[in-house]
Design a protein around this ligand. Sequence first.
Ligand SMILES: [Zn+2]
Length: 165
Amino acid sequence: MTQNSNLLKSGIDYPENREQFIDCFHNDQLCRDYIYNIRWPNGVICPQCRIKETPYKLKNNTLKCAICRKETSITLGTIFNKTRTSLTDWFGAIWYITNQKNGVSALGVQRLLSFGSYQTSWTLLHKLRTAMVNPERDKLSGLVEVDDKKDRKIVGTQRFKLLSF
Ligand SMILES: [Zn+2]
């Protein structure tokens, strides 16, 4: 993983194609390791004593601080926390969603991952959509260009003037 850059690189920091994806994330431990490396590229800071120490890794997704003995989960504070869905399914859904140009449906995710429940698929998709929104995003303003609307007979670029709020 790239340590000194905020820009993640395809094929290095995350898979570039389906073969690399399967190679990188074919079991939950690999997914957990990825989350760990993304969250703490420079070492874990204990949420209790705020000391940066290498914690003990315990079974069942927990870390234990070497100083204060506080146990914490690798997925605590993430959309994966306390999930009953496997991380390989979560990562599979993320891969699927981010590779679909026109969006996905809960039914599509249910079929892809062979979920028995539509509700599970809907909940997972809802959490992912919520997580993909940057809460600090700016509202669109000024002149905005919109492309890719050939099916609505808008060819090329059409310009829309939006009102500032
Ligand atoms: Zn601690």
